[in-house]
Design a protein around this ligand. Structure first.
Ligand code: FAD
Length: 475
């Protein structure tokens, strides 16, 4: 049983089928082969998560009488060695959908079949695999609403139970220590990630239960309040497959059935449509596998992007002088996550006000997000830059100060992440550059000293972005 990003025991179709097949022995293996994923090997924050998630999976397997065998890649070589040592006659796994993994998996499959080893793969990660959904013209969807309409009422099969026991792994089959994979950083920048999250299957279910009990019945509103715990925070758990979308959908429906009333349904539907966006992102990535690097809207290949390393660095460091942007970027650095409203805001600011190519932002998120996911991140960045599937039109440029006034009216989110502005009154916290001198003095704020002056003028840069778009819009 080859584990990859399906780090769970319940509702794991490959594991379930391997157990049902009645083999004498099953060897659960994780193979560390980041170089096989090319430019999209896990980033720094994901590696921290992966370390703890693998440790959790090992502990869960041990509780059932088994254990996780860890090996270094290349994958085909590692599997060959394991087949020699165990006498295995089959390899079971769950499918993934990003282009580098697909290419690697095809090679591994061919290699094993050449050796007369049976290969069996399953869907654990999606409600509907990308090739099972298409428009009436048999083309892939590029717009979310019809995509979701086509699948949202399809029945979702019940999740599979976790095994009660597992056959032991023979002692002669050795494992490399998890610490040898070098997933944790030498310099301890990951303290905030460790304090914020509980990677692993148990952590995923605890999160889902807390969300269903405390938040689901207000999700439609709470999801827009970055200062609150108003969303599920399931994204890294879903990315690593510590929980699957079927389990999430099933639990939401069960909760509605047992505890919900009429007023809860719209909130549940909004939440389920977010799971739908995740499905859509995987659909788009599978059918347009070059989108992590290239805009889906080809007009954007000739967009006049700016090259400004200092501005990019200020954005990465959360020192742009625009409070909502800085708060989002600092939350990301400290915790490995950022609220969706802020992801949209900082991405619009980078690609439109700074006119820096979306790929730079995509790359930074890849390295810093614990939930960095090639499908969701690509879709999110192309959406924000106006060049992707179902994207926000380019001319829709978020004003970060207005976003703050609307979604962080009492400034709680900005105060948490930009404490040097803490004592500014609500009325000025999202636009300190417009505050009267005395107000700044009273709050102990000196622009350019205690907090940066804005690195761009929001109005002028908006105009320049629209002019730049005019150059390509009819091309
Ligand atoms: P909830 O609101 O509780 O939603 C439940 C689940 O639905 C999420 O866990 C996620 O799996 C899925 N989901 C929600 N929104 C989206 C969306 N817009 N697109 C696809 N799936 C969605 N999400 C990632 O998982 N990984 C990324 O690397 C990522 N990068 C993004 C980059 C940008 C520029 C933008 C605008 C969005 C990005 N998102 C990404 C989507 C979204 O911001 C996160 O999924 C969400 O904030 C995670 O928080 P949550 O689990 O509390 O979400």
């Amino acid at each position: 049983m080859w584990f990859r990003r399906d780090l769970r025991l319940a509702d794991n179709p490959a594991l379930h089928a391997a157990l049902e097949a009645g083999f004498d022995s099953i060897v659960p293996v994780f193979i560390h082969a980041p170089h096989e994923l090319g430019a999209w090997a896990p980033g720094g924050a994901q590696r921290v998560w992966q370390h703890f998630s693998l440790a959790a999976l090992d502990a869960d397997l041990e509780a059932l009488g088994s254990r996780l065998v860890i090996r270094h890649g290349p994958t085909a070589t590692a599997l060959d060695a394991l087949i020699e040592q165990s006498g295995a006659c089959a390899v079971y796994w769950n499918r993934l959908y990003d282009p580098n993994t697909i290419a690697r998996d095809k090679q591994v499959k061919r290699h094993l079949e050449d050796r007369d080893i049976e290969t069996v793969s399953f869907n654990a990660a999606l409600l509907h695999e990308p090739w099972t959904v298409s428009t009436r013209q048999s083309t892939p969807y590029k717009v979310f609403t019809p995509f979701w309409k086509a699948i949202r009422d399809e029945p979702v099969r019940n999740p599979l139970p976790a095994p009660a026991t597992m056959p032991a792994v023979w002692s002669r089959i050795g494992s490399e220590p998890l610490s040898e994979l070098g997933l944790l950083p030498d310099i301890r920048w990951d303290t905030g990630i460790r304090e914020t999250w509980h990677p692993g299957e148990n952590g995923a279910h605890a999160r889902l239960e807390a969300f269903v009990a405390d938040t689901l019945s207000q999700y439609g509103e709470s999801r827009e309040r970055p200062a609150q715990l108003g969303t599920s925070h399931l994204s890294p758990h879903l990315h690593f497959g510590e929980i699957g979308p079927r389990q999430v959908v099933h639990r939401v429906e069960e909760w509605l059935h047992e505890h919900g009333d009429e007023s809860d349904r719209p909130h549940a539907n909004t939440f389920l449509s977010e799971i739908g966006w995740r499905e859509f992102a995987h659909h788009v990535l599978f059918h347009f596998p070059n989108t992590p690097e290239e805009p889906l809207d080809v007009r954007f290949k000739s967009f006049p992007w700016a090259h400004d390393d200092a501005a990019l660095k200020a954005w990465q460091d959360g020192r742009t002088g625009i409070p909502m942007v800085d708060a989002g970027m600092r939350e990301l650095w400290a915790t490995g996550t950022m609220h969706n409203r802020l992801r949209m805001t900082v991405a619009s600011f980078l690609t439109k006000n700074l006119r820096i190519a979306w790929q730079h932002g995509e790359r930074w998120f890849w390295d810093t997000l614990v939930d960095a996911d090639l499908a969701n991140n690509t879709l999110g960045w192309q959406w924000a830059a106006g060049c992707g599937a179902d994207a926000a039109p380019f001319f829709r440029i978020f004003n970060p100060a207005r976003q703050g006034e609307r979604f962080d009216a009492d400034g709680a989110y900005v105060r948490r992440w930009v404490p040097e502005l803490r004592d500014l009154p609500n009325q000025h916290i999202h636009e300190p550059w417009a505050a009267p001198r005395k107000t700044l003095d009273d709050a102990g704020v000196t622009l350019g000293e205690t907090y940066p002056k804005p690195i761009v003028d929001l109005k002028a840069s908006r105009r320049e972005a629209l002019d730049a778009f005019d150059q390509i819009k009819n091309s």
